[in-house]
Design a protein around this ligand. Structure first.
Ligand code: PMP
Length: 552
């Protein structure tokens, strides 16, 4: 093998900082770290070459302009563009997709159609929704199996009104790479603009825009060891030539009169204002850095890690593995088993406590995650070429400990732990005359909350609540059940009130509650001490988060 992960990792100074020497970083799908050469190039730009590009004729401006254009040439090679002018610098994939969603739809007619997949990152969904609303367009979705697009069935959603197809090359949530071959064949002789979101793919595979055959492709440098604030939009020459500009301003014009202007040619037509020049310098260094590596060997190494990660996760009882190792850009996504009282966020907090960085949530791909799992949120561990088997072993060992701690403590909530809320009603509380009586009633209500030693785990602890308080949660069919315990009597009383509102309710019922109004009506905010009030707010937020009504 022509790739050494150890040597590769040594080039990333973040890992040699004393506080990071134990760090296991598995959140690379969100962003990777940067090698020293990239960090140096960003700093050197400011130290030695800082000037604005394309405008002034002095020495520094010429040098900065040459740097930008040299980076464009390197970026053209990186994506195998036919010529450098097919590459536009953007702020990132999101900006590239917004540019396309805005410019490509400008001249469409109501009823025209855009085809997407259900696996898109929100960045390749929301801009199209906005454009569709603006121009009365229709969004259609490629048939899928378990969330994976079936491009061999794309004809089923194409029509004479289809003007745009925009699809991801690799899922940021589940890691699968799409087989774009059938799409290329079907779109070859149709007048449809085809966009590929390569934000994840570019970090793990050599991207060849000409072989893919698309009109446009986007990616972000920070996903492949480059700086934040810069991305690439590739556009085939003819496709770019026909594209109206997105933003107006300096740099993108030819002639400006008071009432109208003429626009420059691509790529500058799409690079309005001052670009992130230091980031472009960093990107230039990053592309050189990548060019010196055997990227196929790097991809093979990452695939080995991906296989190993999935094999190890599969062996863990108590979690549901949502991703497959096959054709995967290094992403393993899993959730605690449905019957578990653990939440994905609990696992992520547990891992964070052991210096293992993963991501919990819906990974900016809510429709896909809703389709794929009954779990509200999941944990994503994502690999880069500086990761090792040892990182994966640390993850698996910590996960085992987390699951074991939950199980041994909790066999979770038993019938002996059941709360006795049957006799309580909010009306009882409301009818008390004055706050003193109401407070006394709450203190009595505390007895209805059974002690639950099983849920007193680190992961269940409510952050921001001064008195130690724990919440766990499970779904029974489509209804939420919460289990709360606290060291403070008044918090238990407040927990009883909260449970009367949310227990055994559906997500929609919980989302529809106007708790603020009710709590104000009961005088809670007014009479509770500030720390108690903040603690109660933290408890309410945690419950809402677990119910999926508040984003975590
Ligand atoms: N598309 C995909 C598939 C992504 O993974 C991401 C980033 N997570 C984006 C688009 C948006 O990229 P950026 O935040 O760099 O604009």
């Amino acid at each position: 093998m022509l790739f050494s992960p150890q040597q590769f990792k040594q080039q990333f100074p973040l890992f040699s900082q004393p506080e990071n020497c134990e760090l296991v970083y598995l959140d690379n799908a969100a962003t990777t770290h940067r090698p020293q050469v990239v960090i140096d190039a960003v700093a050197d730009f400011y130290r030695t070459s800082n000037a604005n590009t394309h405008r002034s004729s002095h020495r520094l401006a010429r040098r900065a302009t040459e740097m930008v254009e040299a980076t464009r040439i390197a970026a053209g090679r990186f994506l195998n563009a036919a010529e450098p002018s097919e590459v536009i610098f953007t702020r990132g994939s999101t900006e590239g997709l917004n540019l396309l969603a805005s410019s490509l739809t400008e001249n469409l007619s109501p009823g025209d159609e855009i085809v997407l997949t259900t696996a898109e990152h929100h960045a390749n969904l929301v801009p199209w929704q906005m454009a569709a609303q603006r121009h009365d367009l229709i969004l259609k979705f490629v048939p899928h199996k378990n969330g994976v697009p079936q491009f061999d069935r794309v004809e089923e959603v194409l029509s004479e009104r289809t003007k745009i197809v925009s699809v991801t090359a690799a899922s940021n949530a589940l890691g699968f790479m799409a087989d774009l071959g059938p799409l290329k064949q079907v779109l070859a002789d149709r007048n449809i603009r085809w966009i590929v979101d390569a934000a994840q793919l570019a970090a793990h595979q050599v991207v060849d825009a000409q072989t893919i055959g698309c009109d446009f492709l986007v990616c972000s440098a920070h996903k492949f060891y480059g700086p934040t604030g810069v991305g690439l939009l590739y556009g085939r020459r003819e496709s770019l030539a026909a594209l109206p500009p997105w933003q107006g301003g300096g740099e993108m014009i030819e002639q400006v009169q008071l009432q109208s202007s003429t626009y420059g040619a691509p790529p500058h037509r799409f690079e309005t204002g001052t670009s992130s020049l230091a980031a472009i310098a960093g990107l230039g260094a990053c592309l050189q850095f990548l060019q010196q590596l055997d990227r196929d060997a790097m991809a093979a190494y990452e695939q080995q890690l991906t296989d190993y990660l999935h094999q190890q996760l599969q062996k863990l009882p108590g979690i549901d593995l949502l991703s497959n190792a096959e054709s995967n850009v290094g992403i393993a996504t899993f959730a605690p088993a449905v019957e578990s009282a653990l939440q994905a966020t609990d696992i992520a907090h547990w891992l964070d406590g052991r210096d293992i960085a993963v991501r919990a949530g819906r990974h900016c791909a809510m429709p896909l995650m809703e389709l794929r799992s009954g779990h509200g949120s999941s944990v994503r561990a994502s690999i880069a070429a500086y990761n090792s088997r040892n990182d994966i072993d640390r993850l698996i060992e910590s996960l085992q400990n987390c699951l074991a701690a939950t199980q041994s403590n909790s066999s979770l909530v038993t019938t002996a732990d059941a709360d006795h809320l049957e006799e309580l009603s909010i009306e009882q509380l409301r009818q008390q005359r004055g706050w003193q009586q109401r407070y006394r009633q709450l203190m009595k209500w505390a007895d209805a909350i059974a002690p639950k030693p099983g849920i007193r785990t680190v992961g269940n602890r409510v952050r921001g609540c001064e008195a130690a308080t724990w919440v766990s949660h499970r779904m029974v069919d489509d209804r939420h059940q919460f289990f709360i315990d606290s060291e403070a009597r008044v918090v238990k009383g407040l927990a009883a009130l909260l449970l009367l509102l949310v227990n055994n309710k559906t997500t929609a019922e919980i989302a529809a509650l106007d708790m603020d109004a009710l709590f104000a009506d009961l005088g809670l905010e007014k009479h509770l001490s500030p720390s108690r009030s903040n603690g109660f707010r933290a408890l309410v937020n945690r419950v809402l988060q677990l119910s999926g009504s508040l984003l975590g």
